[in-house]
Design a protein around this ligand. Structure first.
Ligand code: BMA
Length: 335
């Protein structure tokens, strides 16, 4: 599969404001009134690694400029002054934007080790903020009508587990909201998978979610350690095209693709055995503290061309494009 990397990669880089001077990565992107809006995950430092969401905008999907000089969302606004808000994904249903995100109520710090997996440093935060459960990851949903002001809707995660990569479908299916997720502790015989996998849940109101059902597990060498949903699924004639990330034993992050049934998205109808994007370029192989990461979090279909936005080594943001029908054909052949 031949995804075309943008010549100007990485297209969004750290800098400009104190809260985004260390890293920007793993963005949500959506077309709105003919323009591309990007919600970037940003950090001003690694230790501790508090992350915020900034808003950028672009007319061509390549050149982005900040909409304001402050973040649009911080973990403090959710009551967690030492926290880190991470990995947004966005959809628009009717007239409302819905943003799913991961939240670590208290932030770790990170330090490179040269082994592919950075050391995590924890801190003595006061009271509740210092408890071990505050360093776990939960996921949530916010809503907005203007992409500037966001209101918390719900947390989707029971707080005793880690759950990230929450991704909403861009429309209701069978009258219900549909959510993909990755409950980390759902492994073992009783769960039907021994590796962190992609699960699916349904809701009438975005607040109460049905018990997760197993959707897709690691299948090959390249995604042997874990898989998670990447971007909100794209509706095609063939079904819902889902990009997902897979991690291998060497901690290399790649991107794969599968097709879900149009009316019953809990059914995988095709899955490419090979990945469609892997770390190759310098900016995908070397970063601030973690190497070898391409981590897509957004896929925008503009006039049949799919714009895939991905974090590079938790440091910067890149873009690759592919004609949507080519990618669909590739996935349907299962290669
Ligand atoms: C995943 C998440 C992502 C991150 C990636 C690479 O587990 O934490 O936010 O980009 O690891 O570090």
């Amino acid at each position: 599969m031949n995804l075309i990397r943008c010549k100007e990669n990485p297209i969004v880089v750290p800098g400009q404001f104190p809260w985004r001077k260390a890293a920007v990565f793993n963005p949500a992107v959506i077309l709105h009134n003919g323009e591309f809006y990007m919600i970037e995950r940003a950090a001003g430092q690694l230790r501790p690694f508090n992350c915020y969401f900034g808003l950028q905008k672009s007319t061509d999907g390549v050149h982005f400029t900040p909409v304001q000089d402050e973040p649009v969302i911080t973990s403090s606004s959710l009551g967690f002054p030492y926290g880190s808000i991470q990995d947004p994904r966005i959809v628009k249903i009717d007239d409302t934007f819905y943003l799913t995100y991961a939240l670590r109520p208290s932030s770790y710090g990170y330090s490179p080790t040269g082994t592919g997996k950075p050391d995590e440093i924890s801190y003595d935060y006061p009271g509740e903020h210092g408890k071990p459960e505050s360093f776990m990851t939960r996921s949530g949903i916010m809503e907005s009508s203007d992409l500037l002001h966001f209101r918390q809707v719900a947390y989707t995660t029971p707080f005793e587990i880690n759950d990230r990569d929450n991704v909403l479908f861009p429309e209701k299916i069978g009258g219900k909201f549909v959510l993909l997720r990755r409950p980390e502790e759902y492994i073992g015989k009783e769960y039907g998978t021994d590796k962190p996998s992609i699960w699916i849940s349904y809701s009438d109101d975005l607040k109460e979610w049905s018990a997760p059902e197993l959707l897709a597990t690691p299948c090959g060498d390249w995604d042997s350690k874990k898989v998670g949903a990447s971007a909100p699924p794209i509706k095609t004639e063939a079904g819902w095209l889902l990009l997902f990330h897979g991690v291998d034993e060497k901690n290399i992050y790649r991107c794969g693709a599968m097709m879900l049934d149009k009316n019953d998205p809990s059914k995988v109808i095709a899955r490419a055995q090979n990945y469609i994007l892997e770390p190759q370029e310098y900016y995908e192989r070397f970063g601030l503290y973690i190497p070898n990461v391409v981590f897509p979090t957004a896929a925008v279909n503009k006039d049949g061309l799919l714009y895939i936005y991905y974090g590079c080594c938790d440091t910067a943001i890149s873009l690759a494009t592919v004609p949507l029908d080519e990618l669909v054909d590739f996935v349907m052949t299962g290669k």
